[in-house]
Design a protein around this ligand. Structure first.
Ligand code: PHE
Length: 362
């Protein structure tokens, strides 16, 4: 065999070796297969490359010079393919996936499918790599609370009603039996927009609006924002939410009120919650009570929830209901308070600061 022939043969076999080794490493679907391929192609004692190396060494100087660069190129490509296969299998194992599915990736890294396709292999797609997570926002805790309040009172037979946040004095005060000289109407305690209109200071406005357009029986709740120029602290904010309830029919009593509020409190906060009434005063209810609740009566810890009472006859007269024929109860509770109690939130300002660290917990 002439020297030239020996060189040509070695170059040809190098290419054959390269093709076979790359394919074997790419196809290796588990550690054992990869190891077998390593021994066969790169084994130190009787591996294919070792044999090629021996023949290379036997070449005369001129032949070495011709083959050398190609020899080095093939060696580094094959070794690289082996390391890649190793990394791929380790990654698959770390992700607990099925490395089999990853067995046919093209070698060229970011090379597009072309390489794999022309080589007659399946397109590379690793079904085991976790997908990109779509980050979803969360609903505001108050939105959660409001939705739940609507559900609970819905089960108790209350329909949802609504009214405007910019109100006139009739709906915010007069029809609710709050006369012009009443301190609640002090401009310093309200957000007046002009002498006749203001941001509503309570959701009791919606009682009037509903009764003005509807005959009894009435059984509604209204939930929404109310505004008062309070100094901000852990329990006060100039805007907050109330839930208002109104039930008007023949023979409605204070006992109905207490039952409804207790059933609500237990549905929202748990079966052990108790409520209690304390005598109070509101211009639009008579008698009036403050509603407290607690789930640890023995601990003596009561939290004020809001106000309630039997609808004052003057309110019925203002909307054209006959107070001799109908009675009713009304209540107004703070939504933030309920939500804070439920989640152990201690500062009302957290609701309005848009701090994602707070909001994303809900
Ligand atoms: N509107 C009252 C308030 O804002 C609460 C209330 C509603 C009291 C209904 C009695 C009846 O304080």
């Amino acid at each position: 065999m002439s020297e030239g022939d020996a060189v040509d043969k070695l170059l040809a076999e190098l290419s054959e070796f390269e093709r076979a080794a790359l394919e074997a490493f790419e196809r290796a679907s588990d550690a054992a297969t990869l190891e077998a391929a390593r021994v066969r192609f790169l084994g130190q004692r009787r591996g294919w490359f070792k044999q090629l190396e021996q023949r290379f060494r036997a070449l005369p100087r001129e032949g070495k010079r011709t083959c050398g660069p190609r020899f080095n190129e093939v060696r580094s490509r094959v070794r690289e393919a082996f390391s890649k296969a190793q990394a791929r299998l380790e990654q698959g194992a770390a992700q607990g996936g099925q490395p089999e599915a990853a067995a046919v990736q093209p070698t060229g890294g970011l090379r597009f499918g072309g390489a794999a396709v022309t080589a007659g292999r399946a397109e590379a797609f690793d079904f085991t790599v976790p997908g990109k997570r779509v980050r979803r926002g969360t609903l505001h805790p108050l939105t959660h609370t409001i939705e739940e309040l609507i559900r609970i009172f819905g089960r108790l037979g209350f329909e949802l009603a609504d009214g405007p946040e910019v109100e006139d004095e009739w709906h915010n005060f007069e029809a609710l039996n709050i006369p012009p000289e009443h301190p609640a109407r002090d401009p310093n305690d309200n957000f007046y927009l002009d002498p006749r209109r203001l941001l509503r200071s309570q959701t009791s406005t919606v009682q009037i609006r509903v009764m003005e357009r509807q005959r009894p029986p009435v059984r509604i709740i209204a939930i929404g924002r109310v505004y008062r120029p309070d100094v901000h602290d852990a329990t006060h904010f100039s805007m907050f939410h109330q839930i208002e309830g109104l039930y008007v029919d023949r023979h409605v009593t204070l006992a109905h009120l207490k039952t409804v509020l207790r059933q609500f409190a237990q549905a929202y906060l748990g079966p052990d919650v108790q409520i209690r009434f304390r005598p109070s005063f509101f211009p639009f209810t008579e008698p009036s009570v403050e509603v407290d609740m607690s789930w640890d009566v023995r601990g003596g810890q009561w939290v004020e929830l809001g106000g309630a009472g039997m609808v004052d006859p003057n309110v019925f007269r203002a909307v054209g209901y006959d107070p001799e024929e109908y009675t009713g109860f009304a209540f107004g509770l703070g939504v933030e308070r309920l939500c804070m109690r439920r989640h152990g939130i201690h500062d009302i300002r957290l609701f309005y600061e848009n701090d994602v660290r707070f909001l994303k917990q809900f």
